[in-house]
Design a protein around this ligand. Structure first.
Ligand SMILES: Nc1nc2c(c(=O)[nH]1)N[C@H]1C(S)=C(S)[C@@H](COP(=O)(O)OP(=O)(O)OC[C@H]3O[C@@H](n4cnc5c(=O)[nH]c(N)nc54)[C@H](O)[C@@H]3O)O[C@H]1N2
Ligand SMILES: Nc1nc2c(c(=O)[nH]1)N[C@H]1C(S)=C(S)[C@@H](COP(=O)(O)OP(=O)(O)OC[C@H]3O[C@@H](n4cnc5c(=O)[nH]c(N)nc54)[C@H](O)[C@@H]3O)O[C@H]1N2
Ligand SMILES: [Mo]
Length: 752
């Protein structure tokens, strides 16, 4: 688009990176890649249309049935009445006050999971949590949909918080480049997912590293149902979804039976191998976990498994595991077993050896940066002690007062009367959405702050229109990135939208907690205060950060925080001297057998890693649902964000489902056909894309389409979460099991 004199161009930041924005007459008119990004993403292209889209929430709105009679039925079906801000805020504050006085703050669910926006101050989750804490607290959530299961299991194995492992310890790409000879990637290293990172990734470098690996002759093995789960040029072992643990066990069996296990390392640095070995060798159950045993389970030929194991032992080998593997039933097992396999190889603590998690899952993993602290808006302490594992929200709403197990603890679900959501879209992210819609009718009131009429906003009683990051100023910065941004306010708020901060300040004031929530500061004053704190903390680490006025003028700076030297290596000091630098596990060692987990007595997560067949996978697929559905992240955007603009593109909806040509042929499906993807839980419409880059028997339908209106028997846009199972990964992790789903496909004539 040609720029005229009135066009202003600024840089802003987002979860998918930095980009330039052209603004004219108060509207975003165009975007362009950030000049310093070697592999920019196309996601910002849809931004101008989305920000000014007709589906923006223009006014505070209250559902008619709730406004008139406080009726709980009709969520998602009723029309909404627009109200002036003051009136809507009065009504919401009265309702929150009523619930906390009548039922206590334990009746308020504010877990409010979701990615919201990338700015540091206007971080919607911090805002809603601080507000709820300032009025007496709320039921919170533990973990994320991304890594909830890993966050529960990995501290038992390595004695480190899983996210800390990710941020502070794992080998950087330069280390892998310099040392690794064999890169074995369970679930791949997905270039499309590396476009995105929590808080932003400015230089998208993941794909570039694979070009360098190829040039160096590194052998990269992509063990995943889709070839595209790793960059081009990698070997592809099309594994059956949900079966990686069996494959890892077979690799371990080869090591042990061929004398390739590093027992010296196991003795020095691990505990419990002697309790795991009888299971591996079949001495306890009569089933040795050989490659021949694994072949029919995972679909990888036994001879391939043997050769791979030998190569892994003979070369510097780095194992990576995608987050998708633990977003599945028994997701604890491949995570734990990958650590055991790496321990048996004896390379943990050597540069470019051992195991790492989430490379490619988000863009910043593999960047070696000095850690900086600060710029966090305090959420205060939560006076309510109750938390649920984040992905158990459906169970919580369905089973108030019922007991459940989680990571060694037995608790009961609270009786939720009010849900407050800001910065997330549960009708995007949760599983079995038809069941969630039923459960969602239980609370007295649902309040949502949202810029767009998402499926969640449509299922609320009170909706407050929130600004997008382009309508307010903020600071952009991520722990996995070395850039710092001033995110200027680019346009005035669209419609009557207000910042989450302003909405919560007004609600808090009405509930007598205004000063507590705001601390007497305006948004701009908070940004300056948090920035100055950050700057002082950085200065204490000898890192110079410009003052805020300079940053505002410059728009962005690159911080000198790339770690010196390429050799960041996970657990190197521990390997060197495990007595002097013990891990945080009870034994101080890597736990191949965990007495703690064993003591929980869970049959779905016993004391050492085991192969447990999932409830739904190709090993038990029948006539009713013969295909395994994987529902990966969308390549063209972030989750459900900006969906309205994509959905408007001709032919873009319903979403594309990837199917193997032979599976399509067996169903009379041709490329481009409309199809129905279905199982006993629901049905979604999609458009077939035939590809031999997906394993036979597997279909892939990405997440991100907005869930349709209730009352239709098929989701018209292609939301996979009408099909997925809503069960925890196990009693230990209780994470999301989204990838454990069987379905069938049929041609669809397009009628409802
Ligand atoms: N089947 C299946 N389901 C999955 C997954 C899967 O692999 N398969 N993956 C899961 C994972 S890992 C994740 S992280 C989740 C993602 O699920 P979510 O994080 O819930 O998805 P988003 O679409 O990013 O939702 C963010 C919402 O915040 C809104 N928003 C943006 N900025 C602001 C703001 O400033 N204020 C307010 N109030 N709102 C704002 C956006 O419009 C959007 O509706 O999905 C999960 N669901
Ligand atoms: N463009 C874009 N990037 C994103 C996001 C986005 O919405 N858009 N979301 C971000 C978020 S919040 C997260 S958490 C990460 C998620 O990162 P991941 O969890 O790693 O990604 P997914 O897209 O869920 O799955 C990646 C691939 O895993 C494969 N897979 C599924 N099940 C199995 C299995 O059992 N075994 C094996 N070996 N492979 C399996 C599938 O083929 C799938 O394509 O992505 C982030 N990156
Ligand atoms: Mo995620």
């Amino acid at each position: 688009m040609a720029k005229d004199a009135s066009t202003v161009t600024k840089v802003t930041s987002s979860h998918w990176g930095a980009f330039e924005v052209d603004v004219a007459d108060g509207r975003i008119v165009a975007t362009r890649p950030f000049a310093h990004d070697p592999h920019p993403t196309g996601i910002p292209d849809i931004l101008p249309q989305a920000v000014h889209h007709a589906s923006r929430v223009a006014h505070p709105a209250i559902r008619r049935g709730w406004l008139e009679t406080r009726s709980r039925s009709g969520r998602g079906a009723d029309e909404f009445i627009d109200l002036p801000w003051d009136e809507a805020l009065d009504i919401a504050a009265r309702e929150i006050d009523r619930v906390r006085k009548t039922h206590g703050n334990e009746a308020i669910y504010g877990g409010s999971y979701g990615w919201g926006s990338a700015g540091r101050f206007h971080h919607a989750q911090s805002q809603v949590h601080r507000f709820l804490n300032s009025i007496g607290g709320y039921v919170a959530s533990f973990g994320s949909y991304s890594t909830g299961c890993a966050q529960a299991i990995m501290p038992h194995v390595f004695g480190v918080d899983f996210l800390q492992l990710l941020y502070e310890h794992q080998d950087g790409w330069p280390t892998i480049h310099n040392h690794t000879e064999t890169l074995v990637m369970f679930g791949g290293v997905n270039p499309k997912n590396a476009q995105v990172s929590m808080g932003g990734v400015t230089e998208h470098e993941t794909a570039g590293w694979f070009d360098r690996f190829a040039a160096k002759g590194m052998r990269c093995v992509n063990i995943a149902p889709q070839r595209g789960d790793a960059p081009e040029g990698c070997d592809w072992l099309p594994v059956r979804p949900g079966s990686d643990t069996a494959l890892m066990l077979a690799l371990a069996h080869v090591l042990e039976s061929e004398g390739l296990t590093d027992h010296a390392f196991l003795d020095r640095c691990t505990t419990g191998f002697e309790r795991f070995r009888p299971y591996l060798m079949g001495e306890v159950d009569g089933t040795p976990k050989t490659p021949d045993w694994a072949e029919p389970i995972c679909g990888v030929p036994a001879q391939t498994i043997r050769e791979l194991a030998r190569r892994m032992a003979a070369t510097r080998c780095f194992i990576t595991v995608a987050w998708s593997l633990q977003r599945a039933e028994h997701g604890e097992q491949p995570y734990w077993m990958s650590a055991v396999l790496a321990a048996m190889l004896g390379q943990i603590g050597l540069p470019g050896g051992g195991v790492g998690y989430g490379y490619g899952a988000i863009g910043g993993v593999g960047k070696s940066l000095l850690g900086l602290r600060g710029m966090t808006f305090s959420q205060f302490q939560n006076p309510v002690q109750k938390t649920i594992p984040v992905a158990r929200i459906g169970d919580m709403l369905r089973h108030p007062g019922q007991p459940y197990d989680f990571n060694g603890r037995r608790d009961t679900y609270p009786d939720i009367r009010l849900i407050y959501w800001a910065g997330g879209n549960p009708y995007h992210h949760h599983q079995d959405l038809n069941a969630l819609h039923e459960a969602w009718q239980h609370p007295d009131c649902v309040i949502v702050n949202e810029p767009w009429w998402t499926a969640t906003a449509k299922r609320a009683d009170i909706v407050f229109p929130a600004t997008t990051p382009y309508e307010r100023e903020d600071i952009g910065r991520s722990n996995l990135d070395d850039y710092l941004f001033y995110m200027p306010q680019l346009i005035p708020p669209v419609g009557k939208a207000r910042d989450d901060y302003a909405i919560f300040a007004e609600l808090a004031r009405r509930m007598g907690a205004g000063d507590v929530f705001t601390g007497g500061l305006e948004a701009g004053e908070w940004i300056a205060k948090l920035y100055d704190e950050f700057r002082a903390l950085a200065a204490a680490q000898d890192i110079e950060v410009p003052d805020l006025d300079t940053l505002k003028r410059e728009n962005w700076v690159r911080l000198p925080i790339r770690a010196e030297g390429p050799n960041r290596t996970l657990f190197a000091p521990f390997r060197e001297n495990p007595d002097a630098a013990p891990l945080g596990t009870p034994s101080g060692r890597i736990e191949i057998f965990s007495d703690t987990i064993d003591g929980f007595g869970y049959d779905d997560c016993p004391g050492h890693p085991v192969w447990l067949p999932p409830t739904e996978w190709l090993g038990c697929a029948g006539d009713a649902a013969p295909l395994h559905l994987v529902s990966p992240q969308p390549g063209d955007k972030l989750h459900s964000q900006l969906e309205c603009a994509l959905a408007d593109r001709p032919g873009a909806r319903p979403v594309t489902v990837v199917i193997h040509p032979q599976d399509a042929k067996a169903r009379g499906i041709a490329g481009g056909d409309l199809v129905r993807v279905f199982n006993a839980r629901g049905a979604a419409r999609a458009r077939a894309h035939l590809s031999d880059g997906i394993r036979r028997g597997v279909v892939a339908l990405p997440t991100g389409a907005w869930f349709g209106d209730p009352g239709t028997n098929i989701d018209p846009h292609g939301n996979p979460n009408v099909l997925t199972r809503d069960t925890g990964t196990s009693r230990l992790g209780q994470g999301s099991s989204a990838h454990t789903t069987l379905v069938d496909l049929a041609r669809d004539d397009g009628s409802a």
